[in-house]
Design a protein around this ligand. Structure first.
Ligand code: NAP
Length: 319
């Protein structure tokens, strides 16, 4: 079996690192593509021994399991590009937030009678093999296809099958969840620093407290509320702190955060359906289709379009 990634960003990098650490697939059987050769994630993939190409078609040709790891609004363009190259052996696994199985199947059915599609939602802790993944199988994917994906994803954390209509909520909870945890540790460390701890130690202790609490919860049969009660002794320091958190609306804030991420995820399918793309996101690999549309011209290395482009924030470069 060989594995390919269309898109060589944060998620692809995290998955390849996790798969490699798990020993579930040899890196020389992994191919990844993205238009930009100079991304830090591309350098990382190459260092790990994965094959990198700027051609999505080459990734398709070299792979059996094909992860779609591009931003949701890029998905329709990528599907139009790779659709003619999809064969019976290919299992298409979309990691894109909000993008539905039916929208992917609809695109691919233009090229093949029964494309095998799986939609999954994972998160970046796959890099340390502590990911949280759910997946739903498409109309033409077989039970064995689901099992194959489960084998891969379970090697880098928790993985379970769900009904597709739950996946947006999962995105709001565990897909975005690591960001909530990083914010929490950062804020906890600020508290420690305010009270005199050196920053490094404060961050370490905050992270360890979250890690330990999560492990205790996963290894016990107890409700999180019960575990919380166990550490709040009458009249003690912790119950005073918990009161402060409740007064600040801590629970509501987290509930609202999960809801906001879920609602935004649902909007992403709508954006993908528009098949409009910001100039910054137009890349060589999808340019052909974009260039065929009226009012689009290239100028040097950049691209100007007369299309009704949707607004996207300037790209936030990571790493
Ligand atoms: N990161 C997470 O925590 C996470 C969790 C769950 C699901 N996801 C999903 O995973 C997907 C990828 O997220 P990410 O965080 O890895 O994003 P990312 O870091 O921005 O990576 C996306 C990659 O796709 C590349 N790309 C852009 N246009 C392309 C094209 N036409 N063909 C091939 N590659 C292209 C990008 O290159 P450029 O940088 O040059 O544009 C970049 O390498 C998203 O759909 C997201 O919803 C992410």
């Amino acid at each position: 079996m060989s594995v390919g990634f269309i898109g060589a960003g944060q998620l692809a990098h995290a998955l390849v690192k996790g798969f490699t650490a798990a020993g579930v697939i040899a890196t020389h059987r992994i191919t990844a593509s993205s238009p930009d050769k100079d991304l830090p994630t591309v350098t990382g993939l190459r260092k790990m021994g994965a094959y990198f190409t700027t051609s999505n078609k080459e990734t398709v040709n070299k792979s059996d399991v094909l992860f779609l790891a591009v931003k949701p609004h890029i998905i329709p363009f990528v599907l139009d590009e790779i659709g003619p190259d999809i064969e019976d052996r290919h299992l298409i696994v979309s990691c894109a937030a909000g993008v539905t199985i039916s929208s992917i199947e609809k695109k691919l059915l233009q090229y093949r009678p029964a494309p095998k599609v799986i939609r999954c939602m994972t998160n970046t802790p796959v890099v340390v093999r502590e990911g949280a993944t759910v997946y739903a199988t498409g109309t033409h994917a077989e039970v064995e296809d689901g099992k194959l994906l489960e084998q891969l994803m379970a090697s880098v954390g928790y993985c379970t099958e769900v009904e597709e209509d739950l996946i947006d909520a999962v995105t709001g909870l565990s897909g975005s969840g690591p960001a909530y945890a990083f914010l929490a540790v950062d804020a906890l460390a600020d508290g420690g620093v305010k009270m005199g701890l050196p920053r490094r130690l404060a961050v370490r202790l905050g992270a360890q407290a979250l890690l330990g609490a999560a492990k205790m919860l996963l290894e016990s049969e107890q409700h999180p509320g019960e575990l919380k009660d166990n550490v709040a002794s009458p009249g003690g320091a912790t119950i005073h702190a918990l009161h402060v958190m409740e007064s600040g609306g801590f629970r509501s804030l987290l509930i609202n955060a999960v809801e906001a991420s879920c609602i935004r995820t649902r909007e992403l399918q709508y954006l993908a359906d528009q098949e409009k793309i910001s100039p910054a996101a137009i890349k060589k690999t999808t340019l052909d289709k974009v260039l065929q549309q009226p009012g689009v011209t290239t100028t040097g290395v950049g691209v100007r379009t007369g299309l009704n482009l949707f607004n996207s924030n300037p790209k936030h470069k990571k790493n």
